[in-house]
Design a protein around this ligand. Structure first.
Ligand SMILES: [Zn+2]
Ligand SMILES: [Zn+2]
Ligand SMILES: [Zn+2]
Length: 546
């Protein structure tokens, strides 16, 4: 089992020297991630929620192919399995794994200030990595190169170029490492002073303040951390040994932060956790069962505790699954499929939720799903086996899968619906500066548009399906045999544009790539070029400033 690192992308870890080092250390400790969309997120039991925060408990449903994450519902410092969310940035892989290298502090009977500061210490290094260390030698797009973190601005171009590997010549790298170390030192100092004064002292960097993050974590998690179920969980999985990710004292956690920092930046050795991959799986499953137990009656509880004990003693997940199914027959409990859908493969158990992925696809590819209705579940099951660790929307990944495994109208429809649901981000620069004030006659393809080729007339097919609810009749027949080309994109202000073009136009645009060209050399008529400019597909390469 040790070769498998579920949901960890080696490309994402290859982005910078620090992310590479996080990758090496995580590999040694057999850490891995859970796929956010493949995992069923069990509702937080009511009694663990702070009285005034029912909003933290529930799970938001899919919204047009996106499964939303709530910071304090889904994130647990005491989970040694981090999360991979396809809608987030690549830097999260480093951040999530860095958390598990640092571990967490917990002592039974602690005060709220301890919980707040424990959460704060645990966040110091992952945060310094995000804003400083993982920025050193990070390859960014032309607009952002050498500028440091983009904070709340998401730049797709940065995401893509970073995967090509470190920017070794980065002149700002040394400065970022020095600033990161200073951030860690100041933060640890603020934590020490907080402990001495018995307060939670702030230390702000840009819009970030780990003091308030620590308080928010304590507010959301305190009841859970003080519950008998949590105590039992810690006793079974984290007691007695120091090499499992958990420490008792805040001093020990602060020292761990410095040890991991030295391992990341100075090549200092770091002993791997004693926990093995199968133990993390057992912990993950056990905590889910503990949380189910907290809402069950005493008899079901006994059965659940027995399964947790068995897992703690090295029992196999498949045996736990069977035992849970047996309990499920006698008591009202969440389904075994949901409880065991942890978001990664487990031997002998379906660790990834077919139900949840089907719901996600229904929310974004309704026509495609209606076409494959009878075989939808099997198709999704097969897709989950190979769903790549990519930061792309579910609909896009599924459409690619269909294109590779069964090219034709179904795959076309999926690509079409995915393009409508997740168009590329608009290009406000070109929209605002316009065509009239172009500098020179060269044009490039707007990044806000996609050029798509289909084996059928996909628009007619979608509308025939809409009208009839199934494929049949002359309209559908004709649609199936006519190839089509579409331009799909979204202006900065306004509705999505879907433009039907000839094969010649589409291929001319595809041939342009990212280059800036003289449009008269594209083999298109003046009228066609003017039409493409009018809808914003061809845009100037630069503008006059006069
Ligand atoms: Zn974090
Ligand atoms: Zn950028
Ligand atoms: Zn074509």
């Amino acid at each position: 089992m040790s070769r498998l690192r579920a949901n960890v992308s080696s490309k994402e870890l290859g982005r910078t020297p620090v992310s590479q080092r996080v990758g090496e250390l995580s590999m040694a400790s057999e850490l891995f991630l859970s796929h956010f969309e493949h995992r069923v997120h069990l509702a937080v039991p009511d009694q663990w929620l702070p009285p005034d925060r029912p909003d933290l408990g529930g799970m938001l449903p899919w919204q047009a192919g996106v499964l939303p994450e709530s910071k304090y519902h889904h994130f647990r410092l005491d989970s040694m399995v981090g999360s991979f969310h396809p809608g987030h940035r690549a830097a999260w892989t480093t951040h999530e794994l860095c958390h598990r290298l640092v571990g967490f502090a917990f002592r039974p009977g602690s005060s709220p200030l301890y919980h707040a500061l424990a959460a704060r210490v645990a966040e110091v290094l992952p945060t310094a990595t995000w804003y400083f260390f993982d920025e050193a030698h990070l390859r960014r797009c032309v607009a952002h190169a050498g500028r440091g973190p983009t904070f709340s601005v998401h730049c797709q171009a940065c995401e893509e170029v970073a995967l090509a590997g470190p920017w070794l010549e980065d002149p700002t790298a040394q400065r970022r490492l020095v600033e990161g170390r200073a951030f860690v030192a100041r933060e640890l100092e603020a934590i020490t002073r907080s402990r001495t004064l018995g307060r939670c002292l702030p230390h702000a960097y840009a819009t970030l303040d780990l003091a308030s993050d620590g308080l928010a974590y304590a507010a959301a998690q305190r009841v859970r951390l003080e519950s008998p179920e949590f105590r039992g969980f810690i006793e079974r999985f984290f007691e007695g040994t120091s090499g499992t990710g958990r420490v008792e004292s805040l001093d020990d956690l602060c020292q761990r932060v410095l040890d991991v920092q030295a391992a990341l930046l100075d090549e200092a050795p770091l002993a791997p956790w004693l926990t093995r991959q199968e133990d993390y799986v057992a912990q993950d499953l056990a905590w889910r069962l503990c949380s189910v137990a907290s809402e069950s009656d005493e008899e079901a509880n006994e059965g659940l505790r027995a399964i947790v004990d068995d897992l703690a003693e090295g029992g196999l997940p498949a045996a736990a699954f069977e035992a849970y199914q047996a309990l499920h027959r006698d008591f009202i409990l969440p389904s075994a499929e949901d409880v065991f859908a942890v978001g990664y493969a487990i031997p002998g158990v379906a660790g990834r939720s077919v139900r949840q992925i089907l719901e996600g696809l229904e929310s974004v590819l309704p026509s495609t799903l209606s076409l494959i209705a009878d075989e939808a579940a099997e198709t999704v099951e097969a897709f989950l086996e190979v769903d790549p660790t990519l930061r792309r929307p579910l609909a896009r990944r599924f459409a690619t899968y269909l294109t590779e495994t069964r090219p034709g109208p179904v795959a076309d429809l999926a690509r079409y619906e995915a393009a409508l649901a997740h168009p590329p981000p608009p290009d406000p620069e070109s929209d605002t500066l316009g065509i009239r004030h172009a500098l020179g006659g060269h044009r490039r393809r707007s990044t806000a548009f996609e050029v798509l080729h289909f084996t059928c007339d996909v628009v007619a097919l979608a509308s025939a399906l809409d009208d009839a609810g199934e494929l049949g009749g002359e309209a559908a027949e004709a649609a199936l045999s006519t190839p089509s080309h579409l331009l799909i994109g979204r202006p900065a202000h306004g509705e999505l544009v879907i433009s039907d073009v000839t094969a010649l136009t589409a291929h001319a645009l595809l041939a342009m790539g990212d280059a800036s060209v003289d449009p008269s050399t594209m083999g298109l008529s003046r009228g066609e070029i003017a039409a493409l400019e009018a809808i914003g597909v061809l845009v100037p390469s630069a503008w006059r400033c006069e």
